[in-house]
Design a binder for this molecule. Structure first.
Ligand code: XIL
Length: 392
């Protein structure tokens, strides 16, 4: 059996790239040569390969059935930049270590979003994204790319620029070609279009691309991404589409139209940011199944389960049990659908979760405490994976 290839880069990187990653981005970004992109491998890592070297470990990736990808978001950028800690991916050795041992899929939490990877019109900062892709290669993990066409976390030069339609179209084309092309062969799934519909299933007005260029730009984005990396699976990604509802119906209709037109759309993913304030979306599996029946891959891409914390901030045993139940049911829903092979949680430790920053009064949304203690939710995932190992 072949081993995953070591990336060919102009300079040799230590296995833990902490020292390098710690150099201020403005500086490194300018000096990272284009050739520093991780080299494409002959094929994507498989779970079998991903497991090798991890035998005997009591982790989620060890528990996963063959061909199933259990992932996490890689902390960095976004809300992290305003927190009183250094970049987790660069500095928290325990974090990096656990991420390698627990998961065989990684998603860039912010590092591939426009405002990070394309901060000025003529400049791409590939440094943080390159570091993730390289780390994934070293640890035999696949990568989900996130995201190419979105209304949020766009740089000011783009949102406030005074571009003609033609220029705007070319800006998107160039961005997709450059970013997707750079990681071609190294990204298993791309969230090409993120959150394009509102809860009524109408195109979002805030989306600069759709507002300025019309909804046809969505098809172009998929076509351009496919040209740049014909092997990457191209996804729609959104929140609030766990259930069968107006929003997921809009995707269901749009995807059928796009497929009829020969547009390379391969997948549909409910992000699954859940809260115990609301009931579990009991029709999640049925919803995934109807997209699978269209010939699509499906995935859970950003699962977390937030809750209202009692005074003192510690969830009660009952709350922990309820959260574990949500995690278990989300995983079971995915495992119950043939084409759902990728299941990603949006961070694995409360230490770096976006939840307390974005949802005041809610928290404890991930599967490990701030000190990396495994919660009942962690064990729910592990037990569920084990129960299907060998059977799927
Ligand atoms: C969030 C990140 O977790 C934060 O760090 C950032 O400040 C804002 O974005 N849907 C998505 C993700 O598609 O990109 C969002 O991630 C969470 C909601």
């Amino acid at each position: 059996m072949r081993r995953a290839r070591t990336p060919r880069t102009p300079f040799r990187l230590p296995r833990i790239t902490t020292a390098l990653a710690a150099v201020p981005l403005a500086l490194t970004a300018a000096v990272v040569p284009a050739a520093a992109a991780p080299a494409p491998a002959a094929e994507h890592a498989t779970t079998e390969r991903a497991d090798r070297g991890h035998h005997g470990r009591d982790t989620l990736r060890d528990a996963a059935p063959k061909g199933f990808f259990i992932g996490t978001a890689v902390a960095g950028g976004g809300h992290h930049a305003e927190q009183p800690y250094a970049d987790p991916f660069a500095y928290d050795v325990e974090y990096r270590d656990r991420m390698a041992r627990e998961f065989n899929s990684l998603s860039a939490e912010n590092q591939m979003k426009w405002e990070y990877i394309h901060p000025t019109r003529d400049f791409y900062n590939f440094y943080p994204a390159d570091a993730i892709v390289r780390y994934a290669q070293e640890n035999r993990q696949v990568v989900r790319g996130h995201t190419l066409l979105w209304h949020s976390q766009n740089p000011a030069w783009l949102e406030e620029g005074d571009f003609s339609d033609e220029e705007l179209r070319e800006i998107l084309h160039e961005h997709i070609t450059t970013v997707v092309g750079r990681y071609a062969g190294r990204i298993q799934q791309w969230d090409v279009a993120n959150e394009i519909f509102d809860e009524n299933g109408e195109y979002r007005e805030e989306n600069i691309w759709i507002r300025e260029l019309g909804p046809g730009i969505v098809a172009d984005a998929f076509r351009w991404a496919h040209e740049a990396d014909p092997r990457a699976k191209l996804f729609f990604n959104d929140y609030g589409v766990e259930s069968i509802n107006a929003k997921s119906d809009a995707y269901y209709a749009l995807i059928q139209d796009l497929k009829a037109d020969g547009v390379p759309v391969h997948g549909f993913a409910p992000q699954s940011h859940l809260s115990t304030r609301y009931g579990f979306p009991g029709d999640l599996q049925a919803n995934l199944q109807r997209f699978a029946d269209l010939g699509l891959e499906t995935a859970i891409t950003e699962l977390d389960v937030r809750m209202d914390l009692p005074e003192g901030g510690e969830p009660t045993a009952a709350q922990q049990a309820q959260q574990a139940d949500y995690y278990r049911r989300a995983l079971q829903a995915c495992l119950g659908v043939d084409t759902c092979n990728s299941f990603t949680i949006w961070g694995f430790t409360d230490r770096y979760s976006w939840v307390p920053v974005f949802f005041p009064a809610e928290g404890s949304a991930t599967v490990m405490t701030e000190d990396y203690e495994r919660k009942p939710a962690y064990h729910a995932l592990q037990d569920t994976l084990r129960s299907v190992r060998g059977k799927r």
